[in-house]
Design a binder for this molecule. Structure first.
Ligand code: WQD
Length: 339
């Protein structure tokens, strides 16, 4: 069985990707430093797939430990790299933490991957690289805009580091996946999103409000130039997103890539406003959500949703779940862990 390394594999998207990899018969090794995840996620993965992945508690900032890891696991066929800090607000307050944790570790990983027989690398990137795109839906050749946050900048610089490494190592094959807004949880409700502290993202804040953990959702502005005045995003079910990672990795295994560095947008292709997400939640949960409109949040863009043509036609992947499916799974997960 081919061995796949998933860094950040106990995190939100990472854990759902480990499930899909194990469902496809891959031998998964997880590296996670548990800074933004829980060891219990291992049991959740095992409950779904019947197999507990190998787990190494390792901080990728420790170069010596990274080197030792790859010496021990020198039969890795592919790497999916999620491990990174991802809170936009925190990155503004603590940029050097983000540049160290998101970029130094990426360089250490790439240096070791270049020593392996099979050099296949999937990078977790983000639609945040586009900022407020001029044209919607957003294609992969839309201009990368000056980052609005150090977090977003680490995704842009990360892509450039990979692209430059691929230029001088033509047997290094990499794909950067630019996620839109991942939401929801595994339908089994065995794994899902576990935000630490007050959630920054919309959907966990909605479900925590509905379950009674939060008083009321604040909708950050309804004076945007959109049909209902609230911001529009492309909310993609985390399981659809996880499946895309397996498809992308198999594209590298089967050497089907057009070049040794490719980029794909991963979204549904459909934009939903904040109010439409709230309406979806109320539909699937049968409960009214307590929310109020407040002023805009600094740094929010008006609208972003993916042009999915490249991923559909070249990657051969498309989303299967609806917004309601994703909101239903998020609510089931919230009820499971806090109910
Ligand atoms: C979505 C919409 C808010 C919370 C961020 C990162 C991005 C990616 C996904 C990592 C916006 C509104 C939110 C709330 C609200 N993360 N909102 N009340 O900002 O699109 O993207 O998460 O890769 O990089 O920037 O997602 O969920 O924070 O916000 O009204 O309590 O919901 O204004 O319009 P965002 P979000």
């Amino acid at each position: 069985m081919m061995k796949v390394l998933v860094t950040g594999g106990l995190g939100f998207i990472g854990s759902h990707t480990v499930v899909e990899l194990q469902n496809k018969g891959y031998d998964v090794v997880i590296i996670d430093n548990l800074s933004n995840s829980s060891i219990d996620v291992l049991d959740g993965i095992a409950k779904i797939t019947g197999k507990k992945p190998v787990f190494e508690n390792l901080d990728l900032r420790d170069k010596e430990k990274v080197i030792m890891f790859f010496k021990k696991h020198n039969d890795i066929a592919g790497v999916i790299h999620f491990a990174a800090s991802k809170a936009v607000g925190e990155s503004v307050k603590n940029p050097l933490l983000y540049y160290e944790n998101n970029l130094t570790t990426l360089v250490y990983m790439l240096q070791q991957i270049c020593e392996l027989d099979q050099k296949n690398f999937i990078f977790s990137s983000s639609c945040t690289v586009y900022g407020q795109a001029d044209k919607l839906p957003i294609t992969e050749d839309a201009p990368v805009k000056p980052a609005e946050s150090p977090y977003g900048n680490t995704k842009q610089i990360g892509e450039e580091i990979i692209r430059d490494a691929c230029k001088v190592n033509n047997d290094l094959n990499a794909i950067a996946l630019r996620y839109f807004n991942p939401i929801g949880a595994h339908p089994s409700a065995e794994i899902g999103e576990l935000p630490i502290g007050v959630p920054q993202n919309l959907v966990p804040y909605i479900t925590q409000t509905a379950i009674g953990m939060r008083e009321q959702l604040s909708v950050f502005g309804d004076d945007y130039p959109t049909p209902d005045g609230t911001c529009i995003r492309d909310y993609i079910h985390v399981v659809d997103l996880a499946k895309a990672h397996v498809v992308a990795l198999e594209r590298l295994f089967q050497n089907k890539t057009a070049s040794n560095y490719e980029v794909f947008n991963l979204g549904t292709g459909k934009g939903s406003s904040v109010l439409e997400v709230i309406q979806s939640f109320e539909r699937v949960s049968g409960t009214k959500l307590n929310y109020k409109i407040v002023e805009r949040r600094e740094g929010d863009i008006t609208a972003a949703y993916a042009n999915t043509k490249h991923a559909n036609e070249v990657l051969g992947w498309k989303t299967e779940s609806s917004l309601d499916d994703a909101m239903r799974s998020a609510w089931n997960w919230e009820k499971k862990i806090r109910g």
